[in-house]
Design a protein around this ligand. Structure first.
Ligand code: ADP
Length: 665
């Protein structure tokens, strides 16, 4: 508000101020003329004084001075009294004097006020300027302050964030003083170890460090505190639950401007799982290397020639045994078939190899290989393919010496042959012995047709001696002679066949027929011993494959044993039964039953053993030979007690192809 005066005075023209003075003085003159006659001179003077003061106030000292002069003039002449002389009365002089003094004071006061007002205005202006500056500065400071607060808030947030990061980062973080003692651990560190900030008992890491690692870590730490170099190491840190886990530690120094280390920052990562995996890997690698070494040792030491062939069959590896055996220790084997193979075996082996390479199937073959000393020995070689994704990438061949086995085999074959010969000899001898026992019976058997032959011959002679000779009757008699002769010859031929030493001849034969032939030979022996024979021969039995004489020998032996056994029982109850049937298991079953005393209980398991006999004149060879004959035919021979008494000897013979296969096997 105070600032408006100078501006107004400057705006308003000075003339207006003086006009105010003139108008004020004129107004006073008019009013004086109006009031003077009734009020007198003093109120007029006062009125004029008021006008001067008004002008001083409103327009300043200059116009006030003008208003004073104009007042003086109007008070004296011509305004007050036209007839008034210029000579002043003493009372008027006093009034005018006082008026003038008062006016001067008013003018001076106005001038002083104006000066004061001006200086005040200046001061005010200066103050306002200063205020504005202060305001501006204040605004600036406020902005700065706001910025500072924002920066501080941001810094606080960042610090909070860093602290959170440090606490959440999945690692153990610690800070150390320059002397190497820890002065900060992050949350993870504390939680992992379960140790609070000041729970270290004077030790750098308290109980957090594995006792076995303490010396090594301490040594490293001291060294690096001395050099100020960053470093890394692996150590075990104890978890709050007591478990130790491997950690990888990295510590880096923080230096001031002078390069002095003021802090160390450390971070520890859990590498336990990785370490375990690495350890397991290392261990398995070591085991693998060991296994590989052992495998190589085995490959080089097992008494087997080990060869590896490429997919196309070319040899690309020969083990130590192979090189030593052949004596070709430095030679490179680059053929498909081993270079020490017997020339006669190469075509066969190559052909098998060709097939295997095409089919990719393992194969086995016997081959002769030359030893370093030039001798060929028999080997069996077995090659198997190695596949990757179904494709053959190599072949492994294991070849082992079978020379001794081969020799043993041929010796075995030879001894088996000798054994068979001996068995045949034995069987023959046994047959001859049996024949000896049957001499009377045989004689009786041959005697019968011979006696008939004689009778018929005599009859024929008698008919011839008739006069005239009766040829009609002679002819049938001679025909009967021929029949009897044939019967006798037939019996003799069977006896000869039975007793001759002929090689084994396997043929298809009918069991019933063979049995009936034997029965013919034993008929006399049975009737001599009062044995009643019964035959139960099944019809349409399948043929079996075998040697007729040998099988007849078995049946004869069983019948002979039965007759002999039955001599121990009463003459009325001697019964021999021979039956044949088709066995379930595709074979023919022959059973010889007797009503004798039965099998000796002590020797039941031994009756088939050679030289086992309960007879004073027995050899104990019969059943043993019988069993080996039956088994040679692929059959079985066994004995069981008969009901109510006696023994049953059963012979099971396989039919046709079956027995052939067994014989072949
Ligand atoms: P051997 O007739 O020379 O004694 P075998 O081998 O033929 O030899 O017989 C062995 C033994 O088996 C005979 O001594 C006898 O004790 C017993 N044995 C054989 N067949 C019969 C049978 N049918 N009844 C009772 N025992 C028998």
């Amino acid at each position: 508000m105070t600032t408006s005066a100078p501006s107004r005075s400057s705006k308003w023209p000075i003339i207006l101020n003086y006009a105010i003075a003139v108008v004020s003085a004129a107004t006073c003159v008019v009013l004086t003329f109006a009031v003077y006659p009734s009020w007198g001179a003093d109120p007029a003077i006062l009125l004029f004084l008021c006008a001067v003061m008004f002008v001083a106030l409103a327009a300043g000292p200059g116009p006030a001075a003008l208003a004073s002069v104009l007042t003086l003039l109007s008070l004296q002449y011509p305004l007050l009294s036209p007839d008034y002389p210029f000579a002043l009365q003493s009372s008027d002089i006093l009034r005018l004097g006082l008026f003038i003094v008062a006016s001067v004071f008013v003018v001076l006061l106005s001038a002083a006020r104006k000066r004061t007002s001006a200086s005040l205005q200046l001061l005010l202006n200066a103050q306002q300027m200063m205020l504005r500056e202060l305001q501006a500065q204040n605004d600036k400071l406020r902005v700065e302050n706001a910025e500072r607060i924002e920066t501080a808030t941001r810094a606080q947030g960042a610090e909070q964030e860093i602290r959170q990061t440090v606490d959440t980062v999945p690692a153990l973080i610690a800070r150390y003083r320059a002397d190497g003692f820890m002065d900060f651990r992050n949350k993870n560190w504390r939680e992992y170890t379960g140790l609070s900030q000041d729970n270290f008992g004077g030790r750098r890491w308290g109980s957090a460090l594995h006792p076995d690692d303490e010396e090594m870590v301490e040594h490293e730490w001291r060294e690096h505190i001395a050099t100020g170099e960053p470093f890394e190491l692996e150590q075990r840190l104890r978890k709050a639950d007591g478990e130790y886990r491997w950690h990888r530690i990295r510590r880096v120094p923080l230096r001031d401007q002078t390069g002095e280390v003021i802090k160390w920052y450390a971070i520890a990562f859990d590498i336990d799982d990785r370490k375990r995996t690495e350890d397991a890997l290392r261990q398995s690698e070591a085991e693998l290397a060991k296994a590989r070494h052992e495998l190589q040792l085995i490959i080089d030491t097992v008494p087997v020639l080990v060869l590896r062939h490429r997919a196309d069959g070319i040899i690309d590896y020969v083990n130590e045994v192979g090189r030593t055996y052949s004596g070709l220790t430095t030679t490179k084997w680059t053929t498909r078939t081993s270079i020490i193979t017997h020339p006669d075996d190469i075509p066969r082996l190559e052909a098998a190899w060709d097939d295997a390479l095409v089919t990719g199937e393992p194969f086995e073959s016997e081959v002769r290989l030359r030893r370093a000393d030039g001798e060929y020995r028999w080997f069996v070689t077995r090659r198997v393919p190695l596949r990757r994704n179904g494709e053959v990438i190599a072949w492994y061949a294991a070849t082992y010496d079978i020379e001794d086995r081969k020799r043993a085999e041929s010796e075995l074959i030879e001894s088996e042959r000798r054994f068979r010969d001996a068995q045949m000899e034995l069987a023959h001898a046994s047959r001859v012995v049996t024949m000896g026992q049957f001499t009377a019976s045989i004689a009786h058997e041959v005697n019968q047709p011979l006696a008939a032959l004689l009778t018929n011959a005599e009859t024929a002679l008698r008919w011839l001696a008739h006069q005239p000779p009766n040829l009609e009757k002679t002819k049938p008699a001679i025909e009967r002679v021929i029949d009897d002769g044939k019967r006798a010859a037939d019996i003799l031929s069977r006896i000869r066949d039975f007793s001759k030493k002929a090689p084994v001849r396997m043929e298809s034969l009918e069991v019933n027929e063979a049995i009936l032939d034997v029965m013919g030979l034993t008929r006399a022996a049975m009737s001599d011993n009062g044995v009643l024979a019964k035959m139960q021969l099944a019809k349409e039995l399948p043929h079996i494959l075998g040697d007729k004489v040998q099988l007849q020998q078995v049946v004869l032996n069983l019948i002979m044993n039965a007759i002999e056994a039955m001599t121990e029982v009463g003459a009325g109850s001697r019964e021999l039964s021979i039956s044949t049937s088709k066995a379930e298991s595709d074979g023919v079953l022959v059973a010889v039953r007797d009503s004798g005393p039965g099998l000796p209980s002590a020797g039941l398991a031994r009756i088939f053993e050679a030289f086992y006999t309960t007879k004073s004149s027995g050899l104990g060879m019969g059943l043993s030979i019988c069993r080996s004959i039956v088994e040679a035919h692929g059959g079985r021979l066994w004995a069981t007690p008969n009901e109510p008494h006696g023994a049953v000897f059963c012979m099971m013979l396989p039919i046709g192809e079956q027995s052939l296969e067994k014989l072949g096997g």
